[in-house]
Every structure is written in structure tokens, then in C-alpha cells.
Design a protein around this ligand. Structure first.
Ligand SMILES: Cc1cc2nc3c(=O)[nH]c(=O)nc-3n(C[C@H](O)[C@H](O)[C@H](O)COP(=O)(O)OP(=O)(O)OC[C@H]3O[C@@H](n4cnc5c(N)ncnc54)[C@H](O)[C@@H]3O)c2cc1C
Ligand SMILES: CC(C)=CCC/C(C)=C/CC/C(C)=C/CSC[C@H](N)C(=O)O
Length: 482
């Protein structure tokens, strides 16, 4: 306790449910905070990595879930450095926007021509948009300073507020459409540029909240990267580095129980009941972190006999299909230009109900660092995002010929409907929930921020360090600290 001579003994054991980037980063930081004596069990019902996953096509692996990382995502950057991994540049080919009939916008490989085209079509709106995103990102960077000084937040709303006050929280409470309309952006610019970016990144419209809208727009910045060998490697390395025990099983329920420990004192613990294969087991934990979206379809965890009961979450996650196809793109679908002149690497789409894809883009394998321009007259690997699985007829509309196709279906991101309330991070005394953060924005870095925050929160609450939680005016207070 602050000021007392005897610090509290660390917990005996901690459970983390979910070995995605949220759960594994939490394991890493919990180990740093609580030291080597605590046992950390990480439960995973599927693959380590969760929504960071690859698919294999003809012996090469390609990202099928979370794929790009922003150059200013400092936790991901740090993990790669500290865990002995390396980065590869993500392909950044030319982008076109298709409205179902024609390409309404097409990038040019000459920077200056591109600028002139953008100004010609949309005035200075893309420059204003860039500045708007930069300001939001700048404020987001404050979280790294707070976390490096060990400060934690008990709710996502408080965390967002600490980054930029009422205006910043307001971004989360209003739709992107409302925010950008109020800022004077034109309908044409929103329909032809912003909506297509929301469709490729979150499979949704401009009705998403303004914060996730800005996160999504930041994916148009240069310098996006990925982890060589696959982003999921970060999760397995974090598990290793944290010396956690991976338990391949599905947690079914959590219940608070009283147990008499070796010290002879009755202590409150959580019983986790889990299934491995056809067997059911249970174990007791001092602290539990839930690092998976809490809903029936995705995690199906029951909280038994809590008083008051733990709220049921009904966060709806967007179904999304990633299809990877090795083939020769039928460029005549998008343009009448000669085949050998087609040089687009990514085609985004406007919000047209007749379109059956959100986007199609040229991709490299997880090992490739080079960035060749795709040529429509040759076979390449393309990644398509769509709301549902593609039929063979649909694939044959997009490709002159193809020799391999592989798909992965996801419940990918929360369906964003601002204004909404983020689920609490503290579900019960020593029971924490990370994925409420996704209601603000879903991205690898957001889960890493949530993992670090939950580890700090658990540590401070265990030790009674209340002054390290929900501190107001942190930005001002830390300005003078080195
Ligand atoms: C197609 C797609 C593309 C994306 N692209 C990007 C991108 O380019 N850049 C980016 O930053 N982000 C991207 N994202 C988002 C990013 O992947 C996620 O925000 C992030 O990976 C979420 O990590 P998480 O650990 O919070 O959750 P998850 O990765 O979902 O991890 C939760 C884990 O918990 C496990 N689990 C669930 N229930 C139980 C249970 N009862 N018992 C035991 N285990 C359980 C699950 O199997 C899962 O492995 C993308 C996501 C998708 C789907
Ligand atoms: C958290 C901050 C400040 C920035 C993160 C920016 C980022 C990388 C967001 C991810 C958005 C997202 C869910 C993209 C999905 S599609 C990615 C890519 N275009 C692809 O083709 O796979």
C-alpha cells in the first residue's frame, strides 16, 4: 500500500482468456508488473493470434486477418524489436475507386500529378482531411506517455477523455458522417474518398464513430508495415517471453468462490471452468482477464452467481469474408483502358448495393518485402473483402482466369452505431475486460493498448495504488516529467 512498509504479496495465479494480440500483450505486461512468482495461464480455444492469422496458398502464407500496422503504432513496433522479429513494408500500389460503373478516382504514380488531380476533383479537402487525422493521431500518441509512466484507466471513455478532453470523447459519440459534414466536407468527397476507405477497412459506412473513422483514414498514410513471417508471430513470441502457460481449451464459465489458501485465510478467487477436447476441468485464479469479445457467438462465457450479475453483452460483430485468389484480374470490369496499361494495386468501392465486394487489392506473401506493380496481364495474388462468401460466378466476373482461391470468414469488427457506451473494463473486483476498447476502434494497436492498460489496472488495484488510476489532467501533469 502507498506509504506502508509491507507491499502486498503478488497474486498466486492469473488467467487470461484469449491468445490474440490483446491477451498476449496483457500476459507480457502482467509478467513485467507482477514478477516471476505469479503463474499466468492463457486459455485459447482456437489458434494463437486470434484475428491475426494467415492462410497458405501454394506453399506461401498470406495475412487473412489483421494485416497492416501504422508506422506510429509504437507498441507493435516495440514488440517486433524486443521479440527479435522484423518488419516488411506493406504493398502500396496505386489506388482506384470504383462505383459499380466506372473508376470515379484513380491515383497517378507521379506525386505532383496526383496532387493536381485531387485538387481538381475535391479542392483542398484531402489536405484538410489529412490535417484532421494527424491532429487525432497526435493526441492518441499521448497514451504511450501515460502508459510509460504506469497510469491506467478504468473505462475506455476515461482513457479517450484523457487524450484530448470533451472534443476527443465527442468524436467517439458522434458518427463520422456528422463530424465531417459539420466540418464542411462535400458529399462528393465523402462518397468517393472517405466511404470507400471505411468499406475496405471496417466493411461499414460513414455511420461509424469519428474516432474509428480517423483510425481508418490513418491507413492511407505512407509507411504501413507488417511482421515478417506473419503478424501472429508477435502473439506466440509474447506468450513465450511472458513465460505463460498456454492452455488449449475453451473457457465456459467464471464464478467467484471463497477458498482457504495455505496461509489459512479465506480468500475470494475465481473458478474458471474450461473444456479441452471432451474433458471438462476447472482451476482457481486470483485475477482473471477476458481478452475476447464477450458475446455468445464469439466466446460464449457465462458469469455464474455474481451479485449484482455481470451484464450480458450483445455487441454485434460484422461478418466479413477475406478471399485470396491467384489469378489474372479482368481489368475490363473496372476500366476500358488497355490491359497492359492497368496499373492499379487496390480498387476501393463506393456504397453501391449492387456491388458484391468491398475492395480488391494486390498482396504479397508474409515473407516478401518487395513491392512490384501488379500487371493485369499476369497472374498475381489478390485479396478481396466482401460481406458474404463469393460465388464462382462472381469470381469469374472479376478474373479472366484463376488457379487458386482460398477464403476465411470472420466476425471481424464491432458494428459501430454511435452514440454507444463502451463496456466497463472492470467487470468485478479482480475481473477485467479488454475488448470494450474495440467499441472505440478495432485495430491490433488498440488491443495492445487495452492489454497494457488492463495489466496496469490489475496491478494497481491489487496493490491499492488508486492514485495511478483515472488521474485527470495527466497530459498537463506529465508535461514537466522527463
Ligand atoms: C479481416 C480482418 C482484417 C483486419 N485488418 C487489420 C489491419 O490491417 N490492421 C489492424 O491493426 N487491425 C486489423 N484488424 C483488426 C485486428 O485484427 C483486431 O482488432 C485484433 O487482432 C483483435 O485482437 P484481440 O486479441 O483483441 O482479439 P482476438 O484476436 O479476437 O483474440 C481473442 C481470442 O480469444 C479466443 N477465445 C474466444 N473465446 C474463448 C473462450 N471462451 N475460451 C478460450 N479462448 C477464447 C479466440 O479464439 C481468439 O483467439 C483486422 C481484423 C480482421 C478480422
Ligand atoms: C490505432 C491507430 C492510431 C492506428 C491504427 C491504424 C490501423 C492500421 C488500422 C487498421 C484498420 C483496419 C481494421 C484495416 C483492415 S483492412 C487492412 C488492409 N487494407 C488490407 O487490405 O488488409
Amino acid at each position: 500500500f502507498p506509504g506502508s512498509a509491507e507491499p502486498r504479496a503478488p497474486p498466486e495465479n492469473i488467467a487470461i482468456i484469449g491468445a490474440g494480440i490483446g491477451g498476449t500483450s496483457a500476459a507480457y505486461y502482467l509478467r513485467q508488473k507482477f514478477g516471476n512468482d505469479v503463474r499466468i495461464d492463457v486459455f485459447e480455444k482456437g489458434e494463437v493470434g486470434g484475428r491475426l492469422a494467415t492462410v497458405t496458398m501454394q506453399g506461401q502464407e498470406y495475412e487473412s486477418g489483421g494485416s497492416v500496422i501504422h508506422p506510429l503504432n509504437l507498441h507493435m513496433k516495440r514488440f517486433v524489436k524486443d521479440l527479435g522479429l522484423s518488419a516488411v513494408q506493406s504493398p502500396s500500389g496505386l489506388v482506384g475507386v470504383y462505383n459499380g460503373e466506372t473508376l470515379v478516382y484513380e491515383e497517378n504514380s507521379w506525386f505532383i500529378i496526383n496532387m493536381i488531380k485531387l485538387i481538381w476533383h475535391y479542392g483542398f479537402q484531402s489536405l484538410r482531411m489529412h490535417m484532421w487525422v494527424e491532429d487525432i493521431l497526435d493526441k492518441f500518441m499521448r497514451i504511450y506517455r501515460y502508459q510509460s509512466h504506469d497510469y491506467a484507466f478504468s473505462s475506455v471513455e476515461k482513457l479517450l477523455h484523457s487524450l484530448g478532453g470533451d472534443d476527443y470523447l465527442g468524436l467517439f459519440n458522434r458518427s463520422l458522417l456528422e463530424t465531417l459534414q459539420k466540418a464542411g466536407f462535400s458529399e462528393k468527397f465523402l462518397d468517393e474518398i472517405i466511404t470507400p476507405v471505411m468499406r475496405i477497412n471496417y466493411g461499414q459506412t460513414m455511420n461509424i464513430n469519428g474516432f474509428v473513422g480517423a483510425v481508418s483514414m490513418s491507413c492511407t498514410d505512407p509507411g504501413l508495415w507488417a511482421v515478417k513471417g506473419g503478424n501472429k508471430l508477435v502473439c506466440s513470441r509474447l506468450l513465450q517471453a511472458s513465460k505463460s502457460n498456454l492452455i488449449s481449451g475453451s473457457v465456459m464459465s467464471i464464478e467467484e468462490k471463497t477458498r482457504t489458501k495455505q496461509t489459512g485465510n479465506p480468500t475470494k478467487v475465481y473458478e474458471a471452468v474450461y473444456q479441452t477436447g471432451s474433458e471438462t476441468h476447472s482451476d482457481f485464479y486470483d485475477i482473471v482477464l477476458v481478452a475476447t469479445p464477450l458475446n455468445r457467438k464469439m466466446s460464449n462465457i457465462t458469469f455464474l452467481n455474481f451479485d449484482p450479475p455481470i451484464e450480458e453483452f450483445h455487441q454485434y460483430y460484422e461478418p466479413l469474408v477475406t478471399t485470396l485468389i491467384k489469378g489474372q484480374l479482368n481489368s475490363t470490369v473496372f476500366t476500358s483502358r488497355a490491359l497492359d496499361e492497368f496499373d492499379l494495386g487496390t480498387i476501393l468501392t463506393t456504397d453501391n448495393p449492387d456491388l458484391f465486394i468491398n475492395s480488391i487489392g494486390f498482396v504479397s506473401s508474409v515473407e516478401e518485402n518487395n513491392n512490384p506493380q501488379p500487371k493485369a496481364d499476369r497472374a498475381h495474388v489478390w485479396k478481396i473483402f466482401s460481406a458474404g462468401p463469393l460465388t464462382k460466378e462472381q469470381i469469374l466476373k472479376l478474373f479472366v482466369s484463376y488457379d487458386y482461391a482460398v477464403k476465411r470468414s470472420w466476425l471481424a469488427y464491432p458494428h459501430y452505431t454511435p452514440p454507444e457506451k463502451c463496456p466497463s473494463i472492470i467487470l468485478h473486483d479482480r475481473l477485467y475486460y479488454l475488448n470494450g476498447m474495440e467499441v472505440a476502434a478495432s485495430a491490433m494497436e488498440m488491443s495492445a493498448v487495452a492489454g497494457y492498460n488492463a495489466a496496469l489496472l490489475a496491478y494497481h488495484r491489487w496493490n491499492g495504488h488508486t492514485h495511478m488510476i483515472d488521474q485527470e489532467e495527466l497530459y498537463e501533469k506529465l508535461k514537466t516529467e522527463l
